[in-house]
Design a protein around this ligand. Structure first.
Ligand SMILES: CC(C)(COP(=O)(O)OP(=O)(O)OC[C@H]1O[C@@H](n2cnc3c(N)ncnc32)[C@H](O)[C@@H]1OP(=O)(O)O)[C@@H](O)C(=O)NCCC(=O)NCCS
Length: 166
């Protein structure tokens, strides 16, 4: 998928495509958990059958990443949706490349993946600092704000429905 982003009157061509878990790990470390050992950038669901890792590329430079995998939302919910819950994790865009639509394009690629698998619920432990980003993508918060056990700041569980068809 090739996308054109218009920001500050500059057009930036970028491509969204599937990447490996290994490709995401340097950006996961640099952007999301620089204070933690590199080993912590491996997530337990990285190699599940349904897991998708996506990257945003400008030329050959990987500028943004996201991962989505099946995982129950950690709140009480409709039992029908229990088996159709997906977690978004490792959502990050290089600092100098933010505000150009890369993050939104990566989430949309994850949503498309869920749609292809029959739809359901997409949720994340979203940083409070990224609340407006998630709200712009139709996520809503559920429950109280809480502190990340890994020391990355305050979080909300944020979620949205994903339809079966686009
Ligand atoms: C959060 C993050 C991934 C957003 O990526 P991005 O490429 O800058 O986001 P986009 O350019 O696609 O923005 C999409 C929308 O969210 C809004 N948005 C993004 N970041 C925002 C912010 N910090 N404050 C307010 N709005 C914001 C944009 O204005 C845009 O809204 P619009 O569609 O109305 O124009 C990026 O800022 C980032 O990597 N932050 C550090 C890591 C992080 O916090 N990751 C999330 C962990 S839960």
């Amino acid at each position: 998928m090739t996308v054109t982003s218009e920001s500050d009157c500059h057009l930036t061509m970028f491509t969204i495509r599937a990447v490996t878990a290994e490709e995401t790990r340097p950006l996961r470390h640099k952007i999301l958990r620089p204070h933690l050992p590199f080993e912590t950038t491996a997530y337990p669901n990285d190699y599940d059958n349904d897991t998708l890792h996506v990257g945003a590329f400008v030329n050959d430079d990987l500028v943004g990443i996201a991962t989505v995998f099946r995982a129950p939302m950690p709140v009480e919910q409709d039992s029908i949706l229990l088996n159709a819950s997906w977690q978004l994790r490792g959502m990050a865009v290089k600092e100098k490349m933010r505000g150009k639509g890369f993050g939104a394009a990566l989430v949309r690629a994850c949503i498309q993946h869920i749609t292809q698998q029959g739809g359901g619920v997409l949720w994340c432990n979203g940083r409070t600092s990224a609340l407006k980003f998630y709200q712009s993508l139709e996520f809503q918060t559920i429950g109280e704000e809480f502190e990340s056990p890994s020391g990355t700041g305050s979080l909300f569980v944020m979620w949205r429905y994903v339809k079966e068809t686009a």
